[in-house]
Design a binder for this molecule. Structure first.
Ligand SMILES: [Zn+2]
Length: 110
């Protein structure tokens, strides 16, 4: 499948920049320490393979990921995401809560 021209368009560049700015120029996975120069703008729901902007090309459907986390859930050739698109957070639940019961976040009153 030929790659469409959307990813070279001003619309995509603006959406990508706005997404990174909203996310503070960091990977959105809690605790991720990957350097910020390896950021990608990920579509949460897959956009159709067309040249022009679509309803999927909006900030509610984009997120900032580092190269490592992007690769973790990247779509395969079949269009299905690896791990069903679930991001692995080491040492934390999927909501970012630390697994360690002694972590300061679990202390009462803190
Ligand atoms: Zn990351």
């Amino acid at each position: 499948m030929a790659r469409n021209t959307y990813y070279r368009s001003p619309h995509w560049r603006a959406l990508k920049k706005a997404t990174h700015e909203r996310d503070g120029w960091r990977c959105i996975v809690p605790g991720c320490q990957t350097p910020t120069h390896r950021l990608t703008c990920d579509h949460i729901k897959r956009r159709p393979n067309v040249d022009g902007p679509t309803a999927y090309d909006v900030m509610s459907n984009t997120r900032t990921l580092c190269g490592n986390h992007d690769a973790l859930v990247k779509e395969t050739a079949t269009g299905k995401r690896r791990q069903d698109g679930k991001l692995i957070v080491k040492g934390a639940r999927s909501d970012g809560t630390p697994l360690d019961p002694n972590h300061p976040w679990h202390r009462a009153g803190s």
